[in-house]
Design a protein around this ligand. Structure first.
Ligand SMILES: NC(=O)c1ccc[n+]([C@@H]2O[C@H](COP(=O)([O-])OP(=O)(O)OC[C@H]3O[C@@H](n4cnc5c(N)ncnc54)[C@H](OP(=O)(O)O)[C@@H]3O)[C@@H](O)[C@H]2O)c1
Length: 302
């Protein structure tokens, strides 16, 4: 596989959604997609931040074609309203980049009592994707891209404790949500294939980048070490957006793959196939997670 995005023709006339487009990796992904000619719908929970990010992108790329649309992934009603709003304004969706995410340490839950990372990172994107599949053209250039993380590697889906109430390590609860993102992409791709569809889903991780994701990390030694070393060890947000851009655009992507940076500990570097845990490959777990997500969102596949 050629991991360089070369000779990508202009994508003018095609529409992409990037969730969490106002900050960090999502901001850079939006800029990248706009550079290739996509109209990008910036799906953000805070419209003031969305408009500011749009203005910042327009400064860098005055002919960028950008819209902003409100979306709070932690609230299933907001996800449904977003999907309706999108369908009212646009006739098709070519690429969906499920980028938004939260890393929290507080055990916070959403209004429905679901742990906030599982609710936002996984369930919100699960519902969003399933609501939008029917407006995605049926060819392999139609893409769904899920943002996973190195944190998936030590995680499991705790079906008997999804809220992580008996999990001591707070970051393992985040890991569970990012594992769910990866297994969702696999299962979605299998289901698309099984139903004879040509559009494809794949997953990526960005390596590491010192983005807004770490805002809630306690400001101790570990945080400042991380911050100080990040320019050396981690990707910039621009480089961290590359795996998602590759999954969205490369004609070599077949679906069901997992891409990420190839450098030291997969923190940074050129895009290639990412390593994944054996647990993340389990089809029985992916299938069970899918069924549970259908029950929790009330939304089934196609
Ligand atoms: N940075 C890393 O090292 C790293 C490593 C592995 C994976 N990732 C993944 O990469 C993705 C992007 O993260 P990032 O590093 O760019 O973090 P970030 O700078 O914090 O950006 C996260 C984006 O998600 C949005 N968001 C959060 N909760 C939301 C909600 N309920 N509804 C809609 N949007 C919401 C944020 O909006 P607000 O600005 O309103 O908060 C922000 O735009 C995430 O999925 C993350 O898990 C990042």
């Amino acid at each position: 596989m050629d991991f360089k995005l070369k000779n990508v023709p202009s994508q003018k006339g095609r529409i992409a959604i990037v969730t969490g487009a106002n900050n960090g990796i999502g901001f850079e992904t939006t800029l990248g997609m706009a550079q290739y000619g996509f109209k990008v719908v910036m799906a953000c929970r805070n419209m003031a931040k969305a408009e500011k990010a749009k203005a910042d992108i327009l400064q860098k790329l005055p002919n960028a074609d950008l819209d902003t649309l409100q979306l709070d992934l932690s609230d299933l009603d907001s996800v449904r309203a977003f999907a309706k709003n999108f369908k009212d304004h646009y006739s098709q969706l070519d690429v969906l980049i499920n980028n938004a995410g939260v890393l929290i340490y507080s055990g916070k839950k959403n209004a429905a009592g679901i742990e906030l990372q599982f609710a936002t990172n996984h369930l919100g994107h699960f519902l969003l994707t399933n609501l939008l599949l029917d407006v995605m053209p049926d060819y392999s250039a139609s893409r769904i891209v899920a943002l996973s993380s190195l944190a998936h590697k030590t995680a499991k889906i705790h079906f008997d404790d999804l809220n992580g109430e008996h999990i001591d390590d707070a970051e393992a609860v985040y890991g569970q949500s990012k594992l769910a993102n990866l297994m969702f992409a696999d299962e979605l791709n299998r289901r698309l294939k099984k139903s004879g569809k040509n559009l494809i889903a794949s997953a990526v991780h960005p390596g590491g980048s010192f983005s807004g994701l770490f805002t809630e990390m306690s400001k101790g030694f570990r945080y400042y070490m991380f911050k100080t070393l990040s320019p050396l060890l981690l990707n910039s947000n621009t480089a961290a957006a590359k795996p998602a851009l590759f999954a969205a655009l490369s004609p070599d992507v077949k679906g069901g793959e997992y891409f990420g940076p190839q450098g030291f500990k997969e923190f940074k570097g050129k895009v290639g196939f990412a390593r994944r845990s054996d647990y993340s490959k389990r089809k029985d777990v992916a299938e069970r997670l899918w069924q549970l997500s259908e029950e929790m969102t009330g939304q089934s596949f196609l």
